[in-house]
Design a protein around this ligand. Structure first.
Ligand code: ADE
Length: 245
């Protein structure tokens, strides 16, 4: 998978990717990341990449010319995805879609944003990481890269880790415990040390359902509510809850 990032802050992208869980996958050639800086494609001595918005208002807007020239010269992989709070929300299903591609380019805005002509002419779609405003697209681009690349076969040590985790089946993940079984008087659920794997799987499902009911009732609603089997295992494992409207 070939990923390109267009950013005025190369160090942010490079720094994170060289220490994260992904650095080994990058070294092994499972994916590559090329970083392009629009400032390298400016034509004036001040290497200007931004200007005041037409019509007035606060902030600065990233100019067309450096980005257009960069794209014409480097031909980074399509689709071109711009990070913006106005884009499609990043979630597990978007990460799955992106993980099936041979590559993509992430275009990071800074300042107030990108000149709309960049978006209209060069960008295939925009992605947001949530309903809040960051100072630029870099953190968002890193979230896209990490959530996507870790789904590519061979990146995580254990293929099951990504199929078991939160959102993979529309539920949050069940809680985890490790040794010791008693810590400062705090125990772990009995079932986990029972050796009964069918019962453990059932408890995990019930715990995942419960956590999702409490923290993300919207996800339960999206699955069409609780089934009779869901209700049965919640009751069996001692979870009581109220479905909120
Ligand atoms: N740039 C600034 N805020 C952002 C957000 N929430 N998502 C993606 N890119 C952004």
């Amino acid at each position: 998978m070939q990923i390109a990032v267009i950013s005025l802050f190369r160090e942010m992208i490079d720094g994170y990717l060289s220490v994260s869980v992904l650095s080994k996958a990058r070294e092994r050639g499972i994916f590559s990341v090329d970083i392009y800086d629009p400032r390298d494609y400016t034509t004036d001595v001040h290497r200007t990449v931004d200007d005041a918005p037409f019509g007035g208002g606060p902030g600065m807007v990233m100019m067309c010319q450096p980005v257009f020239d960069l794209v014409a010269e480097c031909n980074p992989p399509k689709p071109m995805i711009a990070l913006s709070p106005g884009g499609r929300r990043l979630d597990h299903s978007l990460a799955v879609e992106l993980s099936a591609l041979d590559g993509f380019t992430l275009l990071c805005g800074r300042y107030e944003g990108l000149d709309q002509r960049i978006i209209d002419q060069l960008v295939d779609f925009e992605v947001s990481v949530g309903d809040y405003v960051l100072a630029g697209g870099e953190l968002a681009a890193l979230s896209v890269i990490e959530s996507t690349v870790r789904l590519v076969p061979g990146v995580l040590g254990n293929a099951k880790s990504s199929s078991d985790e939160s959102f993979a089946d529309g539920l949050l993940e069940y809680p985890h415990y490790t040794r010791p079984a008693s810590f400062m008087g705090l125990g772990v659920p009995e079932v986990l040390v029972s050796g009964n794997h069918a019962l453990i799987a059932e408890w995990r499902k019930a715990a995942a359902l419960y956590r999702t009911l409490v923290n993300r009732p919207d996800l339960i609603k999206a699955r069409g509510g609780l089934s009779e089997a869901d209700e049965r295992i919640l009751a069996k494992h001692g979870y009581s809850y109220k479905v909120s409207e």
